[in-house]
Structure formats: structure tokens, C-alpha cells
Design a protein around this ligand. Sequence first.
Ligand code: FE2
Length: 456
Amino acid sequence: MKMFSFFVVMLFCLGVFGLQEGETEMFKTPQQIHLAYTNDPTSMAVSWYTKDPSDLLGGVWYGIEQQDLGSFSSSTSLALSDGSGYYHTAVMTGLEPGRIYHYFVGSRHEFFSDVYTFRIPNPSEKVRILAFGDMGTFPRGDTTLMHSIRVHEVNPAEPHRMPTVVLQAGDLMYPFGNGGMIAAWFDAMAKVGARVPFMVAPGNRDQQDIITERFEMPMAAYGEHPEPARHNFYYSYDVNCVHFIVISTNFDTFHSNSHQYKWLKKDIEQAQQNVQDPSSSISWIVLMGHTPIYSSSDGHTQGNHELKLAIEDLLEPVTLCLWGDDHVYERSYPVFQSIADIPSNKHVLDERPSKPIHITVGTGGIDNDAWAVDQPDWSAERLITKGYLSMEAKKNSFSVAFIDRDSREVRDYFDIHENGGLNAHPLLLAGGFLLFVGLVAMFLKGKKTGKSGPGV
Ligand SMILES: [Fe+2]
């Protein structure tokens, strides 16, 4: 292992003295670095961009001790089809759950990235998920929300407190072929994505070549992926108690004989079996796609009808469906075939819902849409603002909060807790605690004055 460290130092030295005329650090230094989960919980994929091509020495150096990043995985490289540069991917393997890792990447032996830190979750710990869709970058949309996540959620000095995963439900950057906008979005994203796995779904405003060439999403959690070349468009993976599914609502068809439809049916069936199996760690199914099948905004009034007809039958076992495309926040009650189960308290579900809850969260940064109709019966909350979902999944509970990007207030929340467990949202726990303190204070005061208490 130490041999590698020595090797790296040598390469740095060679690099300092080996610059060729015309070569600049900017062209060779890795940029746009971002992590992604694989289908192996002991592995982590990392991708990055360079203006100039790599040579055979490219890869990722990683380890537990920051001063001894002795493990190495070589990268595969791809010339981008728009001619703007190269993308490289390497997979760190043999990672231990619960450990903090440090890494840097390099695409030419002369140039390396900074050292970044990430953490592999312990199998038993909660899964902390941040999610939003439809961000964009200047002059169409903005990355303020990514900056907010970077500042408030991803502190490199506190890797234990970082989210487990960040999700974007499509319409990443609204690039319109503009290389400057593409680079600006990736630069903003990498400030989060170099430290927390950043998982994406494709949206109708995304360029397919960007989804294909600049990400390395997993394949399929169960069995083979039916179309390996499309694995960045639809895929699934497990992280602790959550089975994540990503579907491609705009670029891959859903007719009943299509690869994606048949795969989705099988994947959800297997995940449902796992949820019902007490020996399995999987407790929740979270699906992310771009175009919503329930919406009351003017993007898709009543949701995308065609997509709803095509896939809703498959989604019954899914706990949470996350969508973008409509630039609003809207959360449904548990709903299936347009019939909603309306609980007495819209913030608490005392048992696992038997129908999916749909959340449209196209509030990443692009201009907001408006409402097309009055709030439908199935709609529990709807907001026109910008923000992101902050969620915590444990084996027997799932809590969801929508954080306003600018005020940072919790604008909506709900908790699912099975078996009446005490796994309520932190806001509810804080309220309960204050109530308890109040009651104790009243009791003590009563005892002092002799006006209340047992036997009075
Ligand atoms: Fe959009």
C-alpha cells in the first residue's frame, strides 16, 4: 500500500518538471468530480472531466488515512461526443461500511484533484435523502439551491452528518447545447457530488449525450439490466433499508413489451418481496422519475395521462414516488387509481400506506409554474416556491420535510411510523417534549399550592 503513496509523490514530482509548452493546468486538472452508488455496497464510482485526454495512468487513489491514500483503481475514459473534452470513471472497491474515506483523482500523471472525503453508510443506520428536480443554471434557472445544500448539509469537517445520497429528478441544467452552462452546473454540483453520491433521473430538458457520457449510475439491483447502454436512464440500487428505482419517463418507452416496462415490473415485484421478508434489510421503495402522474400545476394538469395509464398499475407497492417537470411542490395523500386515502392528520401516518405518496418537487431553481386547477382531493399540500426534500428512512419509519430554499423553513412535512413507533419527525418530537415539560411544571406548581395533584 505504501508503495502507491511513494509512487504518487513521484508522479507529482514528474509532473512539476514535465509540463509541455502549451499545456495548462486548467486543461488537465480533473473537474466536475462526482460520486455515485454502484450495486455493490462496498464500492463507490467516481467520475470526472478533463479538457485534455487521459493516459493509462489515470484513476482514483483512496484510503482511510488521509496521509496514505494507497489503494488505486484505474479509470476508463471517453471522448465526449460534443468534442468538449473527456470523461473518466473509476470504481473504488473493498470499502468498509461505516468508514470515512479520502480520495483524489488524476487523469494525467501530472495533474491531480484535491482530496475529498466521503463515508460508506453502516448497514443498520438511517438513510438520509435530499431530493429536488429542475434546477438549471444562469441565465436559465440557477444553482443557489445546490450552494445552500453545500453550506447547510455537506460540511467536509463533519462527514458523519452528511446526507447518504442526493437525488435530482431530471432537468439538471437546461443546457441547450451551451458548454458554459453545462460546465457551470457541473462545477456547482461537484461541490456536493464529490462528497455525497449524486444520483440522477433524465428529464425532457436534458441532453441524452450528457446523461450517457457524464454519469455512471448503477445497473439493476436484481438480475441483469435489460439494456446496459441505457443504465444511466433507468436503474435501481439498494442503500440500507431503501430500494431506489429510477425510471426514464421521456426518453424510453413504457409500452407493456418494452424493456423498461418489463424490467420495472420485475424490479418492483422483487423489491416488494424483500419488503415483506423480515430477514431482508429492505423496508421502503422509493421511485424517482421526471414527469409526474399526479399534478395540479399547469405543467401537467392531473398528471401525465399517458404515463399514468402505462405504469400506475406497477407502482402500488412503492412508498414514495418523486417527480420533477412541473416547477412546483405538491404532495399527495396515499393514492392509487386516483382514489386517495385521506388520514385524519395530514402530517402523520400511523401505519405503512398501502398506496404510493407522490411528491412533485420541480423546485430546484428554474422559474416556478402556476396552479391550473383548485387543489384536488388527493393533494395534501402544494406550494409555489423553491426548495428541496430532506428525508430520513429507518427500518420502521420514514420522515419527509420540504425545506424552503430561501427562508430554510420547513414548509411541509409528514411521518410514517409503523406500529405506533416513536420515530416521529424531529419537529413533532420537539413539540411533544415541550408539552411534557409544561405538564410537569403545572403538576409541580399545583403540588406547591395544594390546588391539584393526586387525591385533590
Ligand atoms: Fe423542467
